[in-house]
Design a protein around this ligand. Structure first.
Ligand SMILES: [Fe+2]
Length: 339
């Protein structure tokens, strides 16, 4: 009668040992992400990563400024292994605020062009966001358009819409011009826009609606905003033109990621960034927001090709300029009266 109960006792002990061992072994098979990108844009790619590697991804989403403050406040106690955000200006700032750590990975260097990652390896681009010229299909012929500079031509007087200079997208665009063209030429470009008395809109989406409604004829937006309109209505009366194709190329920015300074799961975070920039995951990740792949071997999604062609010439200046020259860009825009 006693023998079975000893067996039962031993079995319980054995089970407890197995549970505790497996907890120890698998405790590291996790990666925690703070993301300024919303859940529906990141989760499908995270799920694919977990299916392939067995590493679970826990994430928290929020506004980039709040996530950055949180990382600073948490310091070495943070649970975050990785930060995902949009705009190189934001990634540059996170790095300067000391919440990221440099990570060298041969795979990342192969998969991501050097202009789309931090020269000091603190962050890496994951998708490309092109900011280009848009125009009314009803009132403008594409042959009338060519460059950002040309939007300062008097033929666009009273016909130009711009998003507010407060948005980081415009700060980054002007910052990269400063790096590439210097203050004199950049001042001439932005000054030309201001001479045309642009209507200032709060958002890229409202700018597109203003063109569609006939309030202005040309403007500058990130292409995925036009993609969203076209996905709803293929007859949306606004089209895009790839800017500066005969010289420096269209302004591009990124969404990207970096490993946090106090990451507990550093290797898993690197694996996740490698996965997100891999051939396998790029379309899944980029097309979710109608953005372009950062990995040059990956083609844009079929709908982007159908709308705007197979490729465009992108500006090759390192996107870190968005951060390096941001203060100067803000000053320049304010001095020229760009609200
Ligand atoms: Fe956006």
């Amino acid at each position: 009668m006693r023998k079975p109960s000893i067996n039962k006792f031993m079995r319980t002990i054995l089970t407890l040992v197995i549970i505790s061992l497996s907890t120890t072994i698998f405790a590291g098979e996790n990666v925690n992400v703070y993301s300024a990108r919303i859940e529906k844009l990141i989760k499908p790619a995270f799920d694919a990563f977990t299916r392939q590697t067995g590493i679970t991804v826990t994430f928290l989403t929020g506004k980039e400024a709040i996530l950055l403050e949180r990382l600073k406040a948490e310091g070495q106690h943070t649970k975050a292994d990785m930060l995902i955000t949009v705009d190189a200006g934001n990634l540059w700032l996170a790095s300067r605020e000391g919440v990221l750590q440099p990570v060298y990975s041969k795979t990342l260097h192969q998969q991501i062009p050097s202009s789309l990652r931090d020269p000091d390896n603190n962050w890496y681009g994951l998708t490309v966001r092109a900011r280009t010229i848009v125009y009314s299909k009803e009132r403008v012929n594409s042959s009338e358009l060519s460059t950002y500079e040309d939007l300062g031509n008097s033929k666009w007087n009273g016909r130009l819409c711009l998003r507010t200079s407060k948005k980081v997208y415009n700060k980054s665009m002007v910052a990269t011009m400063l790096k590439e063209l210097g203050p004199h030429k950049t001042e001439k470009i932005v000054g030309g826009w201001m001479d045309n008395k642009p209507r200032i809109l709060p958002k890229d989406s409202s700018l597109l609606k203003a063109i569609a409604a006939g309030k202005c004829d040309v403007g500058i937006v990130n292409t995925y905003y036009l993609g969203r309109e076209l996905a709803k209505n293929t007859n949306f009366p606004v089209s895009l033109l790839w800017a500066n194709q005969n010289d420096r190329g269209v302004h591009v920015n990124i969404s990207g990621a970096g490993v946090t300074k106090y990451a507990k799961n550093r290797e898993n975070a690197i694996k996740l960034i490698e996965f997100l920039s891999s051939e396998e995951a790029q379309n899944l990740f980029a097309d979710n927001n109608m953005e372009y792949p950062v990995n040059p071997v990956v083609k844009p999604s079929p709908r982007l090709i159908q709308w705007w062609g197979p490729s465009f010439k992108a500006d090759s200046v390192n996107v870190a300029a968005a951060g390096e020259y941001q203060k100067q860009a803000v000053k320049l825009m304010a001095a020229l009266g760009y609200r």
